[in-house]
Design a protein around this ligand. Structure first.
Ligand SMILES: [Zn+2]
Length: 221
């Protein structure tokens, strides 16, 4: 298999509503929020893990275009040549066909743009604490609210994808990326999306440095 080129997709992710991408529970401090967001271990700045973007894109693409490949809510793991999901997003395990080649898409962690990073560094960008009431199903009374940490609406992150093109790859592989971005806009990133968190917009998208707007009719392509 010959690697023909590596394409670069870049742009901005703007938060339209607060974003909650949960950190693992073992990082919680005593007396801290019980639902904290992921932060860079050294700088403390919030970021969007590449795995969150990639995982969401994959699951929405599977649901929209390859529902027959999703079993028990698990990602496709057929690993077969010709499966766009396994080729673009990767397939683990024994099923992986030898000449499927490397996973085409690499999604890097998305950090805040310079402007927002400066605000954060100077203390002008506090994270939001949202209190979520839950109703006890048996007593019908409100439980003690659990504070949910979110990156506030408006904040912008820089995203970067790298996309390998091998000899013989279908042209429409890249189209799935645009479909995936649009599907994320229609759905959400992170947790608590059914309560309105994680609405985002992909902006100023470029492909190898050239403007690469998502067409309005992307779902008909
Ligand atoms: Zn597959």
């Amino acid at each position: 298999m010959r690697l023909e080129k590596i394409r670069t997709i870049k742009g901005t992710i703007r938060l339209l509503t607060g974003l909650h991408i949960g950190a693992s529970k073992d990082t919680i401090e005593i007396g801290g929020l019980d639902q904290p967001i992921v932060k860079h271990p050294v700088t403390g700045e919030p970021y969007i893990p590449g795995s969150s973007i990639k995982g969401k894109m994959r699951s929405l693409i599977e649901l929209a275009y390859f529902p027959e490949k999703v079993s028990n809510g698990k990602p496709c793991s057929c690993g077969q040549i010709g499966c766009p999901v396994c080729t673009i997003f990767g397939a683990a395990g024994d099923n992986r066909a030898e000449n499927l080649g490397p996973t085409r898409l690499v999604v890097r962690d998305a950090y805040m743009t310079e402007t927002w990073k400066e605000k954060f560094d100077s203390g002008d960008l506090p994270m939001e604490e949202k209190y979520e009431n839950t109703i006890n199903r048996i007593t019908g009374t409100a439980e003690h609210p659990r504070p949910l940490e979110r990156v506030p609406a408006g904040v912008e992150f820089e995203f970067s994808f790298s996309f390998k093109v091998f000899e013989g790859d279908k042209e429409d592989f890249l189209t799935y990326l645009q479909k995936g971005m649009r599907l994320i806009e229609l759905d959400a990133l992170g947790g608590q999306s059914s309560r309105g968190s994680g609405q985002v917009k992909f902006e100023d998208v470029t492909l190898d440095g050239e403007p690469w707007d998502i067409p309005d009719n992307i779902f008909n392509q």
